[in-house]
Design a protein. Structure first.
Ligand code: ATP
Ligand code: MG
Length: 442
């Protein structure tokens, strides 16, 4: 991408309305634009990161046996009356009417709709387990939308819904999602800890929230700091096998949200020096809720014994749009965002220090073509802004690598390569820099 043909409206001033660093940086880096309270347009740079995050979630869901689909944002109120949640949900639900006076709502979550789809098609235990997911915009009319995409009113969620023949099978599905979630966040460069949690309006009796520790988080949490060092399962983890050892390892170390915190257990189990009472950002949640929806909505299946029973269900959410904020909270410095490679909007930024100089332009074009060909997704700053401005902008948007090409260096046959994360710089011939950045590079 050539910057001159892109839309990157960076702000020099710190926006006054933004209280936390991720919100400030997302506005300053021209990633989002507020259209109404808690409702954002995703500008091209933000959109690229959103898509990267979505793709990681998709890959790990598929690996763990998820099947992707897409449900609509608008739902019929009558569907929610079947589960009894239409009246129970309260003012967070956006309710509307169509021209025929039919009552609709903008979905805050999809348990009812997926249960309706399931009961229409699936009748036998032979079709189970089934784990359906989608990535779809949700609307919750939050009382206090704030912190940018962290607490929006319209936000993107990955939500998965599982169906099993009995509770034991449903718990195995829960375990698969637990492991998938460990991998999802870790691939984004985040340390998200599964913590025992309250189930809230989704319901059920078994739940974990995935929490990224951060001072700016809205959840109060208690954990044993040893949980921070537990190993993340590899990509070749056997989802067909017994995952209990992994789950046991993670759940035997104390980690709980405030709502379910057990002070006596905490003090008994956690050595004083390991006690960590802090705040965190909820980036996902796992729920097992059995027949809470399948029983009232009559989503029954015939078991191997020929007897009909309600399917055992769980649901599993990832806050896809909130994750941009969480990642920035965890990875930034005074100059701006420091994207982990896996979610960076572009792989390399090319800075031309003298646009219009034949030699500089030619070297930049060579680099741009080579890096594009190598799949490194370069962003070429081909504008005529001065060097200082270009440097500040590149640091602000946080691409992992910067390739700096100027007339002085080229006279000596060299360019500069800067690693955004470590700040390390290296001067070397262009060809070598391109080899370094080549396809083999992480
Ligand atoms: N208003 C929001 N803005 C952005 N992301 C959200 C919002 N509400 C929920 N999410 C994300 O969606 C995920 C799944 O939704 P869930 O129903 O568990 O949310 P929740 O528990 O109500 O969230 P919270 O406690 O933060 O309000 C959450 O873990 C969170 O990451
Ligand atoms: Mg939650």
């Amino acid at each position: 991408m050539r910057l001159s043909r892109f839309l990157l409206p960076v702000l020099k001033e710190t926006p006054a309305e933004a209280q936390i660093v991720s919100h400030r940086l997302m506005l300053r880096a021209g990633m989002i634009r507020q259209e109404a309270a808690g409702i954002y347009a995703w500008l091209p740079l933000g959109f690229r990161v959103l898509k990267k995050i979505e793709q990681i979630v998709r890959e790990e869901m598929d690996r763990a046996g998820g099947v992707e689909m897409l449900m609509p944002t608008l739902q019929l109120a009558d569907l929610w009356r079947e589960s009894g949640r239409y009246d129970a949900y309260g003012p967070e639900m956006l309710r509307l009417k169509d021209r025929h006076e039919r009552e609709l709502l903008y979905g805050p979550t999809n348990e009812e709709m997926i249960t309706e789809i399931f009961r229409a098609y699936v009748k036998s235990y032979k079709s189970l387990p089934l784990n359906l997911y989608h990535m779809q915009w949700k609307f919750r009319d939050e009382q206090r939308p704030r912190f940018g995409v962290m607490r929006g009113r319209e936000f993107l969620m990955k939500d998965a819904y599982s169906f099993d023949v009995d509770e034991a099978a449903a718990k195995r599905t829960y375990q698969r999602m637990f492991v998938a979630y460990l991998r999802i966040y870790s691939r984004m460069g985040l340390r998200a800890i599964p913590m025992r949690a309250e189930t809230g309006p989704i319901g059920g009796d078994l739940s974990h929230e995935l929490i990224v520790l951060a001072e700016t988080g809205e959840s109060v949490v208690f954990c044993d700091k040893r949980v921070l060092d537990l190993p993340i399962p590899d990509a070749d983890v056997d989802y067909q096998g017994d995952l209990t050892p992994i789950i046991d390892q993670w759940t035997s170390v104390y980690a709980a949200t405030e709502d379910v915190h057990d002070a006596a257990r905490y003090e008994a189990e956690v050595a004083e020096g390991d006690r960590t009472e802090t705040r965190g950002i909820e980036v996902g949640q796992l729920f097992f809720f059995g027949d809470k929806y399948s029983a009232p909505m009559k989503a029954t299946i015939t078991g191997p014994d020929g007897v009909d029973r309600p399917a055992q269900m769980g649901s599993y959410g990832v806050g896809v749009s909130r994750l941009l904020g969480a990642i920035i909270e965890a990875s930034h410095d005074e100059a701006g965002i420091v994207w982990p490679e896996a979610v960076a909007p572009f792989g390399v930024g090319i800075i031309n220090l003298r646009q219009g100089d034949a030699e500089c332009d030619a070297a930049c074009e060579t680099a741009y073509a080579a890096l594009a060909k190598a799949g490194r997704d370069p962003l070429y700053d081909d504008t005529d802004e001065r060097g200082g401005g270009k440097f500040a902008k590149m640091d602000l948007i946080g691409l992992p690598w910067q390739l700096i090409i100027g007339p002085k260096g080229l006279k000596d046959g060299v360019v500069e390569l800067k690693h955004r994360g470590s700040g390390e710089r290296e001067t070397l011939p262009l060809g070598e820099a391109l080899t370094k950045l080549g396809p083999g590079r992480p």
